[in-house]
Design a protein around this ligand. Structure first.
Ligand SMILES: [Zn+2]
Ligand SMILES: [Zn+2]
Length: 400
């Protein structure tokens, strides 16, 4: 029986798990209730299960191969955390917790990965290798994947995986059931720039007796944009946005300092390291030109999510073989969002694949985006995602 039919038979169970997780969302690295639901869903399956030390992750290993433990290893990853958003969807299984919502669809990822563990467990005897199921907390800004790597997820089955795959649902952009991936950069690197310009406060009518941090900070904001267009290749794009800017209290007082925060997105390690070098230099030099002090910090958050060309092609072929060619697309451009699956893909070749979960009564072009309080993800995507996870593992292990 095709894997997709196995997944379809589990549709009710997978949706039930998804709804239970959706109703009780948790944020960050500590997701005890979600972890308990995952452990429950995996109970009784022939898996070696371990849980995280510094985070509430679940790592499950399914050993196939003619002899237990032989053959290659493939890793499948699903993230489990929610966002600080108050849900406004009116869904019957909407979040029961004010201020917390599965607005990025990670509830679907968790349920699909648990579904894939069940589908593959039933085929353990025919598995030509082992599968690591990586249930990961803390994707939304907590670098949970990096922590799971430090705790040994890549060595959970013994030898390192030959390939790793992650799925992500989208509430807009793609029609329901359509998969999208691409070779090379798939999502941006995201870094944070924190700047505090130190001046000397005084009377606004006598700026020459003070040291006003505001004009210099404004100059920095504009200079960052000029730097982007003058020093970076347009075909290796960089985006800098100052999303927070605070200074002063009222019109007739010069304050002591001005602060701003910016996000920097890039798509290559070359641009990323150039940013890390040029941004602090630009900020410091502008401060010094005005005789002001400054603290500037360029902090690395998530690296570029880079799909291995061979693995992205393999994922595309698998999608075409299982669902039909019309169900897969090669994305023309990367996405400006960021993903901590990037840390896994820095260590293991693999591919990150988007799956359209836009409800059929909405237009993917205008539907609310992931992270919106009214974003909805259709349950019909669950069987498809479960089937793709399982097929990627089965077919990739068969290649050796
Ligand atoms: Zn998200
Ligand atoms: Zn996400």
């Amino acid at each position: 029986m095709p894997v997709r039919d196995d997944a379809a038979r589990l549709a009710g169970q997978i949706a039930e798990l998804r709804h239970a997780i959706h109703r009780e969302p948790e944020i960050g690295l500590d997701l005890p209730k979600t972890q308990a639901k995952v452990l429950d869903a995996l109970a009784g399956l022939p898996l070696e299960i371990s849980t995280g030390r510094g985070l509430s992750s679940v790592t499950a290993v399914l050993r196939g191969g003619p002899r237990s433990g032989s053959g290659p290893v493939v890793l499948l990853r699903g993230d489990m955390d929610a966002l600080p958003v108050t849900e406004e969807t009116q869904l019957p299984y909407a979040s029961a917790i004010p201020g917390v919502m599965h607005a990025c669809g990670h509830d679907l990822h968790t349920a699909m990965l648990a579904g894939a563990a069940r589908v593959l467990s039933a085929r353990q005897a025919e598995l030509p290798g082992s599968v690591i199921f990586m249930f990961q907390p803390g994707e939304e800004g907590y670098a949970g994947a990096r922590q799971m790597i430090r705790e040994g997820v890549l060595e959970a089955a013994g030898p390192r995986p030959v390939a790793a795959y992650g799925l992500h649902v989208t509430s807009n952009r793609l029609p329901l059931g359509v998969f999208s991936t691409r070779p090379g950069p798939m999502l941006a690197a995201a870094d944070q720039i924190t700047v505090t310009v130190h001046g000397r406060g005084g009377h606004a009518s006598q700026p020459h007796l003070a040291a006003d941090p505001i004009p210099a900070a404004c100059e920095m904001v504009l200079a960052l944009q000029t730097m982007v267009t003058r020093t970076f290749d347009v075909f290796d794009p960089v985006v800098i946005t100052v999303g927070s800017f605070h200074a002063g209290t009222t019109d007739n007082v010069i304050g002591d300092e001005a602060r701003f925060l910016a996000t920097a997105r890039s798509y290559s390690s070359r641009s990323r390291s150039a940013l890390a070098e040029q941004v602090p230099r630009l900020i410091r030099d502008i401060a010094s030109a005005h005789g002001l002090g400054v603290d500037v910090e360029y902090s690395d958050e998530y690296p570029v999510t880079v799909n291995d060309a061979g693995e992205a092609a393999f994922a595309g072929e698998t999608i075409a073989a299982v669902f039909g060619r019309e169900r897969g697309e090669t994305a023309q451009f990367p996405i400006t969002g960021a993903e901590d699956f990037s840390f896994v893909l820095e260590e293991v070749p693999g591919a990150f694949v988007f799956l359209g979960a836009c409800p059929p009564d909405r237009d993917p072009v205008t539907a609310p985006t992931n992270h919106s309080a009214v974003a909805t993800f259709d349950d019909a995507a669950l069987v498809e995602g479960t089937a793709l996870y399982a097929e990627l593992a089965l077919r990739r292990l068969a290649q050796g």
